[in-house]
Design a protein around this ligand. Structure first.
Ligand code: CO8
Length: 257
């Protein structure tokens, strides 16, 4: 299928999505949202795909929600359409998504990266929630996900001042898990995605679900949830295969069953 704002391709077992609105530094408009949901749905349904990578250009992962699209709207418009609520579905994709971030990841761009499961950054990456400088606040989850990712005080600093943080600071703060040279960015993300895609699919999906649950529930409930998922994996052929392969000192041949 043809996309207007994305480049969507597969690389082996990886679904690769590249945001492609260079004239607007990949600003996220309603077409990007619609197409991203379509691409996610297609990769989610494709059994050959085990993980996804979401990236932008060298200059910008995404410089935010599209300010030109939002500027004329009034309260009745945004409340009536429940503006930004569609992005909640982007965060719900079940297969793992790695954000490969180069350049600006601002506002909605930073929030989109935080909807992914792993953030790998180029040394050139800049993260921020500058909405306050536009007379608004983050509207795609920034005040909630950034606070959970970096803690209250760093999140307050970024969200109240609108300042940008570089890749090194983002890694220190725990938002970014790896920082690499610009020319390594995509390969690093594809290699991590390939590793994930090579593992048993049910355990990968459950691992993602379990980690996400940690942000939504109490420790006691979370531990119970983890244990139940852990127990359930003993019903898979891949559990037998994984543990037998370890004992036999060979590589497991997972069947995703
Ligand atoms: N929306 C629309 N267009 C954009 C955006 C954007 N977020 N960012 C950049 N562009 C456009 C510029 O307008 C420009 O277009 P043109 O050539 O037609 O003038 C083109 O991209 C290139 O940008 P610049 O010339 O500005 O490039 P610079 O290198 O000089 O600057 C910056 C790069 C610093 C990234 C700068 O473009 C910038 O500050 N962009 C905006 C960043 C920002 O504030 N993002 C937050 C947006 S709000 C948001 O994401 C969530 C809001 C949620 C609200 C919820 C309400 C209900």
């Amino acid at each position: 299928m043809a996309y207007e704002t994305l480049i969507v391709e597969t690389r082996g077992a990886i679904g690769l999505i590249t945001l492609n609105r260079p004239q607007a530094l990949n600003a996220l408009n309603s077409m990007v949202l619609k197409e991203l949901l379509q691409a996610y749905e297609a990769f989610q349904a494709d059994d050959a795909v085990g993980a996804m990578v979401l990236t932008g250009s060298e200059r910008a992962f995404a410089a935010g929600a599209d300010i030109k699209e939002m500027q004329p709207l009034d309260y009745v418009d945004v409340y009536g359409r429940d503006l930004m609520s569609g992005w909640d579905d982007v965060a719900k994709v079940r297969k793992p998504v790695i954000a490969a971030v180069s350049g600006f990841a601002l506002g909605g761009g930073c929030e989109l990266a935080m909807m992914c499961d792993i953030i790998i950054a180029s040394e050139t990456a800049k993260f921020g929630q500058p909405e306050i400088t536009l007379g608004v606040i983050p509207g795609m989850g920034g005040s909630q996900r950034l606070t959970r990712a970096v803690g209250r005080y760093k999140a307050m600093d970024l969200i109240l001042t609108g300042r940008l943080m570089d890749a090194a600071e983002a890694e220190r703060a725990g938002l970014v898990s790896r920082v690499v040279a610009p020319e390594r960015l995509l390969d690093e993300a594809l290699e991590a995605a390939a590793k994930i895609a090579s593992l048993s699919r049910p355990s990968v999906l459950m691992a993602k679900e379990a980690v996400n649950r940690a942000l939504e529930t109490t420790l006691e409930e979370g531990l119970r949830f983890e244990r139940r998922l852990f127990h359930s994996l003993f019903s898979t052929e891949d559990q037998k295969e994984g543990m037998t392969a370890f004992i036999e000192k060979r590589k497991p041949a997972f069947k995703n069953r």
